[in-house]
Design a protein around this ligand. Sequence first.
Ligand SMILES: Cc1cc2nc3c(=O)[nH]c(=O)nc-3n(C[C@H](O)[C@H](O)[C@H](O)COP(=O)(O)OP(=O)(O)OC[C@H]3O[C@@H](n4cnc5c(N)ncnc54)[C@H](O)[C@@H]3O)c2cc1C
Length: 337
Amino acid sequence: MTILHNSSLKNYNTFGIDVKAKTFISVETIEDLKTVLQKNYAEDLFILGGGSNMLLTRDIDSTVLHIGLKGKQIIKETEADVLIEINAGENWHEIVLWTLENNWGGFENLSLIPGNIGTAPIQNIGAYGTEIKDNLVAVKAINIQTLEIREFSNEECSFGYRDSIFKNKEKGKYIILSVTFKLKKKEHLVKTNYGTIAQALEEMGIKDPSIKDVSDAVIKIRKEKLPDPQILGNSGSFFKNPVVDKDHLEKLKNIYPEIPSYEVGKGEYKIPAGWLIEKAGLKGYREGDAGVHKNQALVLVNYGAATGAEILELAQKVQREVFRKFKVELQPEVNIF
Ligand SMILES: Cc1cc2nc3c(=O)[nH]c(=O)nc-3n(C[C@H](O)[C@H](O)[C@H](O)COP(=O)(O)OP(=O)(O)OC[C@H]3O[C@@H](n4cnc5c(N)ncnc54)[C@H](O)[C@@H]3O)c2cc1C
């Protein structure tokens, strides 16, 4: 267990925001985690994974608890499937690469998403037509108050678009300890019809792609499209893609016939938030060191010394401008503290 006081979080959040934690504790075992919870349960704990889905706007005047639980194991194997349990502190993409080395299918479209395993179910991470819920069997979590360990089945997690029970009914009540997944050992369901995967595979000269090829294509696309947080601070998509009803979409189509949309439920349509931000004239917009990325309008970036408050101000400006132009409210995907 590592304990630090008055410690900078700059290297613990992908926005690279320089705020301080009153106390910073990193735990590597469940026993240590329980000890911390027993001592600090009354305090307002701040749980930290890979720091890739948060905007820190102030110093944290309590204990930041970094979940560093490492380890992975095969629970069960049949000819067709494998059941694996991965501890919360493992890095998501490293686990994706491990599953690919073993030719286990299911995670390939989710390659190169930053962050840790324990955080992935919270917003049901998704990309290129796949969500973590598609292969998730169960989530093991500890109740912060009672220390009771509970297993949530896939159904009990109430997954939705960038959503789960851990963002709603059980928000702030649990720390995720491990996640169990079921992956396919053969007859892989190769998904290439989303985004530009098919095009990337063609450019790579691949006709009959394996899951590893799909992963390589996704990595190639993401590297070309998204800024690398190591070079330019960011938290990926800052906003969720908004959903509007048919009436609203028709009104928008009368003014902007080219508006992209796709149906997500009965009479409900998702509009790419990046398109709205770009159309509002904010792609590449910059105020000091806070900016809207020049190629990806959905990504807000820290050019170096932006504070969390400055990024938040920019995010609010984006929300205001998009609402003024389209009467559409953008909701942040990133957790703001
Ligand atoms: C360049 C870039 C690209 C991205 N692309 C995608 C994408 O394609 N799809 C996608 O879905 N997301 C994407 N993201 C967002 C991000 O990678 C995911 O949301 C990821 O799951 C966050 O993991 P983390 O460990 O970094 O979470 P953190 O930022 O550390 O934490 C996020 C939230 O979870 C809580 N938390 C952390 N660990 C635990 C735990 N063990 N138990 C309970 N609560 C916990 C924290 O308190 C916080 O509220 C991207 C981010 C970046 C920077």
